[in-house]
Write a protein that binds this ligand. Structure first.
Ligand code: B3K
Ligand code: ZN
Length: 883
C-alpha cells in the first residue's frame, strides 16, 4: 500500500467544466455513461490525463465523438490513462458497467433494503465511473437516471429536477441539474420505493424552499423531529451566520445500511436511518439530540464544505472541524450551553485524548495517509472543532463572524486550505495569532502546568504557566503553541473579582476597557514558560482556569482539594463547576486504583460524598447539569491517565464508588427518582429531557445496589415507562446485575421491539457492553441471532463496537476478547473494509496494558497483518498499531 503525503500536493493538470452522467439502473448491472468537458490548467499543455477508477468494467471511450483505440489509453486496477490527449478543450465520453447489488463496501453506488443509493466521500466516486476523483476538481453536473418504474418509483440526484417521464418496458427517467459546481465526493443518487414528509421553509430573503425527508412509507411518521431539526438549523444559520440556503429544494433520505452517520451531498443529504427516525416510544432523548445535531451538521455543510470545499483531503478539518463547531453551537443554542459543552469535552477526553496519545496520533491536518477513510477521526472532527472554537475565544462572537464573512467573500466556489481559513480570521480582525497555526500541524495533547502564588504585601497574584506537548509518531520534538486561557479569580465569598490590570512577563496588559469591569479574561499563553501577574488583588483568590474549556489541553494546576470544592460550589462559570468536580473525581479514582493495586482497603472520602450530595440536592441547579455533575469520569478517561492501564482495577474502583454513593445517598436518590416522574406526554425540550436525565442517573445508582426494594423500583419504572428514554434507562439499570430478572427483562424487551431494528440495536449494544464476566460468549451467541447481520454497519457497531467498549470483557485477561475481535475483523474486512478498520482500531492502544495483555493483543494484530488480501484500510490501522 502506498502512503500519500500533503507535501506532494500538485495542482491538477486538467479541470472539468461540466459532467453529464446517465445511469441505467438494472438488476444485473448498472450502465454508467459519462460525458466530461475537459480543459487543461495551462493552455496548450497536454500531459497524460489520469483518471481514477476501481472495480469498474470499461465498455467504451470516445474523445470528441471518436472511439479511442486500445493503444490510445492504458488501463490498470486503479487508473485509466489517456496518454496523449488533444490540446485545448475536448469532450470525453466513457461508458462503464458496475454491479451495485454486489457492493457490500457501501461505498460508491450500492443497494440498501432494495433501494439504490450512493456514498462517495472520500473516494467512492471512482467506483461509479472513471474521473479525477479529488475535491479540487469542481464541475457542474447533469444527471439522468433510468430505472424500472414500479421497483424504483422515486429517482433523486443533486440540484433541481429538470425533466421526468416514462420510457418503454415499464421504465421511467428523471433528469437532475445542479447549478453549483461541486467536487465528485458530493455527488449523490437515490432510486427506490420511498415516501416523503414534505414541508417548506421561507428564507430570510423570502425564497420558498421545499423540504422533503424520504423514508420507506411505514417510517414517514417518525420523521417529525428530523423535519423540526432541519427547519431550526436553516433558521439558525441565517440568524447566527447570515447564511441562507441556495436552492429551491432540499432532500434528506434515510437508509438503513450506511457506514457513518450521514453525508452532506449537495441538496440530497443521505442519512443513516438511526439519525433520522425517532418517535417517543422508540428513540431516547440522546437519539433526539443526536438527530438535531447531525441534521444541523449536514445542513451547515452546505456552506462550510460545499460552497467552500477542501483543496485536498489533508484539509478535511477545514470543513469538518468548522462544521462540528457550528453544530455544537447550534445544539447549545437549542438547549443548555453548559451541558452541551460538558458533553463535547467529555467526548474529547474519552476518545480524542487517547487517540492523540497512541500510535494513530495525527495532527488536525494529517501529513500523510494510506487510506483517507481512516482519517475521519475524533482528531480531525472534535479537536478540529476545538481549534475553530479558539478563534472565537480570541476574537469574540463579532470578530469570529467578521472572519467567517471574509472567508465566504474570498472563497465561495473554491477548494481551499486551512491556511485560507486562518488568514480570513486574521485579516478580518487584524489579529495577531502568533504561533496558532501549529495547532494544525502538531499532534499530541499539550500538557499545561500552572503554579499560582499570592503576595499579600504587593497585592499581586501570579500565575506561572509551562507547556509541553508529548512526542507522537513521526514528531519527537514539539514547539510551544498558542493556548488561549480564559480565566477569572474568585474572592473568599465565591464572587468574581473584577480584573483591572495584569502584567505579562513584566509588561502591562490592560484587561478592562471603558471602565467596564471584566471578570473573565483570556490570557495568551504562547511560550514554553511564562508568567502573568494580576495587581490590586486584596485577598488570596481562587483562580478559575480554562473557563468553558478554552483550549484542548490537559491542565495540571496546584489547586488543592479544598480550592476545587470551593469552585464546585461557587464558580460563576458553570462548566468549571462541573470540571472542578471531575478533577476531584479523577484524583479520587486514581488514588483508589492505587490502593486497590496495593491490596489496601477501599475507603471513600466523606468530603467527596458531601460535595456530591450538595450538587444532587441543589434545586437551584439545572437538572441536566446535575445529571452530568453526578456522573463519574469514564473508565477510559482514568486508564488514559495511568502509566499502565489496569481495566479491572479501574472498573472495580468506579463500581465501588458508585455503590458507596448509592448506599450513602439512597434516600436522596430515591426522592430524585420520585420527584422527577411525570405523566405528561413526551416532549423533547430542555426542561423535560433534563428531568428525565436526572431521574435516570439516580435510578442507575439505586439499581447498582442489587437490593430487592430497588430492583422492584427499577422494574416498576421499566413497566410503566411511556417513552424509550425512561424504558431503556430502566433496562440498563436492571441489566447491570446478572440473574433471572435481567434475563427476563431482556427477553421481554426483545419481544416488544423485535420489529424495530433501531431498537433491537440498542438491545444488542446493551448486552455487548455488559461487564458480566465471560460476556464474550454471550456476544458470540448473539452473532447468530436472527436479527444480527455482519453486513449492516449499525449492527456491527452495536454488537462488536459495544463489546470493545467494555473494558473488562474486551480486555479480559484470558485474551478471549482479543481473539474474538481478531476473528471478526478478518470476516468483516472481506465485506466492508471501512467498518473492519473502525473495529480493528480497538486494538490500537494495546501497549497501554500489562505485558500479558500486550502479548495477546499483539498476537491478534500480527495474525491480521499476516492475512492475505487485507484491505488498505485495515492494513493501515494494524500496521501503525504494531509500529
Ligand atoms: N462528510 C461525511 C463523512 C464522510 C466519511 C467518509 N468515509 C459526514 C460528515 O462529516 O458530515
Ligand atoms: Zn461533516
Amino acid at each position: 500500500p502506498r502512503e500519500i503525503f500533503l507535501k506532494d500536493y500538485k495542482m491538477p493538470d486538467y479541470y472539468f467544466d461540466t459532467v453529464d452522467l446517465t445511469f441505467s439502473l438494472g438488476e444485473e448491472k448498472t450502465i454508467v455513461s459519462s460525458k466530461i468537458a475537459v480543459y487543461p490548467r495551462i493552455e496548450g499543455s497536454t500531459p497524460p490525463l489520469v483518471l481514477d477508477g476501481r472495480d469498474l468494467s470499461l465498455v467504451s471511450i470516445h474523445l470528441n465523438g471518436k472511439a479511442l483505440k486500445e493503444e490510445d489509453y492504458h488501463l490498470d486496477a486503479r487508473h485509466l490513462t489517456i496518454q496523449s490527449p488533444p490540446s485545448g478543450k475536448y469532450d470525453l465520453e466513457i461508458v462503464t458497467d458496475i454491479c451495485p447489488q454486489k457492493n457490500t463496501s457501501l461505498e460508491g453506488l450500492y443497494k440498501s433494503s432494495g433501494n439504490f443509493c450512493t456514498q462517495c466521500e472520500a473516494e467512492g466516486f471512482r467506483k461509479i465511473t472513471f474521473y479525477q476523483d479529488r475535491p479540487d476538481i469542481m464541475a457542474k453536473y447533469t444527471v439522468r437516471i433510468e430505472a424500472d418504474k414500479s421497483l424504483y418509483p422515486v429517482l433523486l440526484s443533486n440540484g433541481n429536477l429538470a425533466e421526468q417521464g416514462d420510457l418503454e418496458d415499464g421504465r421511467h427517467y428523471a433528469v437532475w441539474e445542479d447549478p453549483f459546481k461541486k467536487p465528485s465526493y458530493l455527488f449523490a443518487l437515490v432510486a427506490g420505493q420511498l415516501q416523503s414528509r414534505d414541508d417548506t421553509f421561507i428564507t430570510h430573503s423570502g425564497r420558498m424552499v421545499s423540504l422533503r425527508i424520504w423514508t420507506p412509507a411505514d417510517d414517514v411518521p417518525k420523521t417529525v423531529h428530523a423535519m423540526y431539526s432541519l427547519k431550526a438549523a436553516m433558521k439558525w444559520d441565517e440568524d447566527v451566520f447570515g447564511l441562507e440556503y441556495d436552492l429551491d429544494l432540499f432532500n434528506v433520505v434515510a437508509v438503513p445500511d450506511f457506514n457513518m452517520g450521514a453525508m452532506e451531498n449537495k441538496s440530497l443529504n443521505i442519512f443513516n436511518s438511526k439519525l433520522v427516525l425517532a418517535s417517543p416510544e422508540t428513540a431516547t432523548d440522546a437519539d433526539y439530540a443526536a438527530i438535531l445535531g447531525v441534521i444541523g451538521h449536514e445542513y451547515f455543510h452546505n456552506w462550510t464544505g460545499n460552497r467552500v470545499t477542501c483543496r485536498d483531503w489533508f484539509q478535511l478539518s477545514l470543513k469538518e472541524g468548522l462544521t462540528v463547531f457550528r453544530d455544537q453551537e447550534f445544539s447549545s443554542d437549542m438547549g443548555s450551553r453548559t451541558v452541551k459543552r460538558i458533553a463535547d469535552v467529555s467526548k474529547l477526553r474519552n476518545y480524542q485524548f487517547p487517540q492523540d496519545a497512541g500510535p494513530m496520533a495525527h495532527p488536525v491536518r494529517p501529513h500523510s495517509y494510506i487510506k483517507m477513510d481512516n482519517f475521519y477521526t475524533v482528531t480531525v472532527y472534535e479537536k478540529g472543532a476545538e481549534v475553530v472554537r479558539m478563534y472565537k475565544t480570541l476574537l469574540g462572537s463579532q470578530g469570529f463572524r467578521k472572519g467567517m464573512d471574509l472567508y465566504f467573500k474570498r472563497h465561495d466556489g473554491q477548494a481551499v486550505t486551512c491556511e485560507d481559513f486562518f488568514a480570513a480570521m486574521r485579516d478580518a480582525n487584524d489579529a495577531d495569532f502568533a504561533n496558532f497555526l501549529l495547532w494544525y500541524s502538531q499532534a499530541g495533547t499539550p500538557v499545561v502546568k500552572v503554579n499560582t502564588s499570592y503576595n499579600p504585601e504587593a497585592h499581586t497574584f501570579s500565575l506561572k504557566f509551562s507547556q509541553e506537548i508529548p512526542p507522537t509518531p513521526g514528531q519527537s520534538v514539539k514547539e510551544p503553541t498558542f493556548i488561549p486561557v480564559a480565566m477569572g479569580l474568585l474572592d473568599s465569598t465565591g464572587k468574581d473579582i473584577p480584573l483591572s490590570t495584569v502584567y505579562h512577563n513584566g509588561t502591562l496588559l490592560s484587561v478592562s476597557s471603558n471602565d467596564q469591569s471584566v471578570c473573565t479574561t483570556v490570557l495568551r499563553v504562547t511560550k514554553k514558560e511564562e508568567e502573568f501577574v494580576f495587581t490590586n488583588i486584596f485577598e488570596r483568590p481562587i483562580p478559575s482556569l480554562l473557563r468553558g474549556y478554552s483550549a484542548p489541553v490537559r491542565l495540571e494546576s496546584d489547586l488543592t482539594d479544598s480550592d476545587l470544592f470551593f469552585l464546585l460550589a461557587n464558580d460563576s462559570d458553570e462548566f468549571n463547576r462541573w470540571e472542578a468536580g471531575q478533577v476531584l473525581a479523577r484524583k479520587l479514582m486514581l488514588h483508589l486504583v492505587d490502593d486497590l493495586q496495593h491490596n489496601k482497603p477501599l475507603v471513600l472520602n466523606s468530603n467527596f460524598v458531601e460535595g456530591f450530595k450538595r450538587i444532587l440536592c441543589d434545586s437551584s441547579l439545572d437538572k441536566e447539569f446535575v445529571a452530568k455533575a453526578i456522573t463519574l469520569p469514564g473508565e477510559g478517561e482514568i486508564m488514559d491517565m495511568m502509566g499502565v492501564a489496569d481495566p479491572d482495577a479501574v472498573h472495580a474502583v468506579r463500581t465501588f464508588i458508585r455503590k458507596q454513593l448509592a448506599s450513602k445517598l439512597r434516600s436522596e436518590f430515591l426522592s430524585t427518582v420520585e420527584n422527577n416522574r411525570s405523566s405528561e406526554e413526551y416532549v423533547f425540550n430542555h426542561s423535560n429531557l433534563a428531568r428525565r436525565a436526572l431521574k435516570n442517573v439516580a435510578l442507575a445508582y439505586l439499581g447498582c445496589l442489587e437490593e430487592q426494594e430497588f430492583t422492584n423500583l427499577v422494574l416498576h419504572e421499566y413497566k410503566t415507562a411511556t417513552n424509550m428514554t425512561e424504558q431503556f434507562a430502566a433496562l440498563v439499570a436492571i441489566a447491570q446485575n446478572p440473574g433471572k430478572t435481567r434475563d427476563d427483562v431482556l427477553a421481554d424487551f426483545y419481544g416488544k421491539w423485535q420489529h424495530d431494528f433501531l431498537v433491537v440495536n440498542k438491545w444488542f449494544a446493551l448486552q455487548a457492553m455488559s461487564d458480566i464476566p465471560g460476556n464474550v460468549e454471550n456476544v458470540r451467541k448473539l452473532l447468530s441471532h436472527p436479527a444480527f447481520d455482519l453486513r449492516n454497519p449499525n449492527k456491527v457497531y452495536s454488537l462488536i463496537g459495544g463489546f470493545c467498549g467494555s473494558p473488562v470483557n474486551f480486555h479480559a485477561k484470558d485474551g478471549l476478547g482479543y481473539k474474538f475481535l481478531g476473528e471478526i475483523v478478518l470476516q468483516l474486512d472481506k465485506l466492508n473494509p471501512q467498518v473492519a478498520s473502525r473495529m480493528v482500531s480497538a486494538f490500537s492502544r494495546w501497549r497501554r496494558y500489562d505485558e500479558d495483555r500486550q502479548k495477546l493483543a499483539k498476537a491478534q494484530l500480527e495474525r491480521i497483518m499476516s492475512t492475505n488480501g487485507l484491505s488498505e484500510n485495515v492494513f493501515e490501522i494494524a500496521s501503525k498499531s504494531l509500529a
